[in-house]
Design a protein around this ligand. Structure first.
Ligand SMILES: [Ca+2]
Length: 184
């Protein structure tokens, strides 16, 4: 090999090394960005959210919903665990439009992900899949009671309760049907 060619090969080697290094640095930077950008953004770019609803899920806007198979009735804890196993979260109703959709699709007496189990008395939506727990904002509590009333100090979970699909807190050990949700 002539001396000139040797330098050419060496030059290519260095360039290749630099290219590999810059790919590595880019990947590292991307990883760091994913870790530190705001939570919503991180969920979108780093959590592997599906772009479409999986088969058997019903889409409405940017969410997919699945009703308990065979109208199975379970405790809130079981419903929460089932949704999490499906990389989804127990229903979080975050707007009047979402509430209207739920009314149009499902029957009353449903568990939602709302709960005060982590303490502090403020209802939060349960996490699951890419969805992180967050405080209940929009609400549709029933005036009957009025709810939430934490009856006998035993009501820590949020169900869709009355004929107008309004909400009540209820004993988490009670068995109800449920809906799982995936945010796209
Ligand atoms: Ca109640």
């Amino acid at each position: 090999m002539k001396e000139g060619k040797t330098w050419l090969y060496l030059g290519r080697g260095v360039r290749k090394h630099r290219t590999m290094r810059s790919i590595g640095v880019t990947a590292l930077l991307f990883g760091l960005v994913c870790l530190y950008v705001d939570e919503a953004m991180a969920q979108r770019t780093c959590c592997g959210r599906p772009k479409e609803c999986p088969p058997g899920w019903v889409r409405n806007y940017d969410s997919c919903y699945q009703y308990a198979s065979g109208n199975t009735k379970v405790t809130w804890y079981e419903a929460n665990a089932i949704c999490q196993m499906k990389h989804s979260h127990l229903l979080a109703i975050e707007s009047p439009a979402e509430m209207d959709f739920i009314k149009s699709q499902y029957r009353i007496a449903l568990w939602t992900g709302g709960n005060i189990l982590s303490g502090g008395g403020k209802f939060k939506w349960a996490e699951g899949g890419c969805y992180k727990s967050r405080e209940v904002g929009y609400s549709n509590w029933s005036p009957n009671g009025p709810q939430p009333d934490n009856h006998l100090g035993k009501e820590s979970c949020l169900m869709i309760w009355d004929q107008q699909f309004r909400w009540a807190d209820f004993d988490c050990n009670y068995k109800l049907s449920y809906v799982c949700e995936i945010n796209l």
